[in-house]
Design a protein around this ligand. Structure first.
Ligand SMILES: CC(C)(COP(=O)(O)OP(=O)(O)OC[C@H]1O[C@@H](n2cnc3c(N)ncnc32)[C@H](O)[C@@H]1OP(=O)(O)O)[C@@H](O)C(=O)NCCC(=O)NCCS
Length: 184
């Protein structure tokens, strides 16, 4: 039973409809986009990344299936060239909330390795936020190793005031890391 099946047009439409506002909300939360412009900017970015939807050359969008072929998540990667090597960059791996901790992401990432071999790529890269310790544990178990680590130390007062530094710190870290990801 395959774990990864190419996303259908209707699955793509449903995924995009959920992803665009979620990405816009992240950008607003990280202080990078104004709330009133965020949705349009998010639509624009996805339009640029995936101009031909699931058929966009160099991009591979999959529905993750369980053992009964029921959809349990999505996996999206793009082929990128880094230092003269062609690799897969994973833009999204998400498992439905009610289906987590059942091994589906693990199975999907192992199946991804087969796809990567078939395409003759030399590895898999991805970005994970420092606060996403669950995803980090998953990747570490599968043999992914950090290549860059972003650090942040707050200096002085923050806009939230000295008693509430965490939200502002998070925003700054997200903004810096996001800039880094955009260069990938
Ligand atoms: C991260 C995510 C994809 C993991 O999917 P999953 O199907 O629940 O992961 P698996 O069941 O395959 O987990 C395999 C192993 O990874 C580790 N792991 C996964 N999620 C974890 C969590 N929340 N906390 C701690 N360890 C976790 C565990 O070691 C786990 O093995 P175990 O369950 O036997 O202890 C899922 O939580 C998700 O969709 N999160 C939201 C989107 C996201 O953050 N994606 C990653 C972006 S980088």
């Amino acid at each position: 039973m395959p774990v990864l099946r190419p996303m259908t047009q209707s699955e793509y439409a449903a995924w995009l409809a959920a992803t665009i506002p979620a990405y816009a909300a992240d950008k607003v939360a990280s202080g990078q986009w104004a709330e009133d412009a965020a949705l349009e900017l998010s639509k624009k970015e996805y339009g640029e990344l995936l101009p031909q939807g699931p058929e966009t050359p160099g991009n591979h969008l999959f529905t993750i299936l369980d053992e009964k072929a029921t959809p349990v998540g999505v996996l999206w990667f793009a082929v990128k060239t880094k230092f003269n090597a062609r690799i897969a960059f994973v833009f999204d791996v998400t498992i439905l909330e009610g289906r987590r901790r059942q091994g589906h992401a693990r199975q999907a990432l192992l199946a991804l390795e087969d796809e990567v071999r078939k395409l003759g790529l030399s590895g898999i890269a991805l970005h994970v936020f420092g606060h996403n310790t669950g995803a980090q544990a998953l990747y570490a178990k599968l043999g992914y190793r950090p290549t860059n680590i972003s650090l942040f130390k707050p200096i002085g007062l923050t806009v939230d005031g000295p008693d509430q530094p965490s939200r502002n710190e998070e925003r700054q870290v997200l903004a810096v890391e996001d800039e880094y990801v955009a260069k990938m």
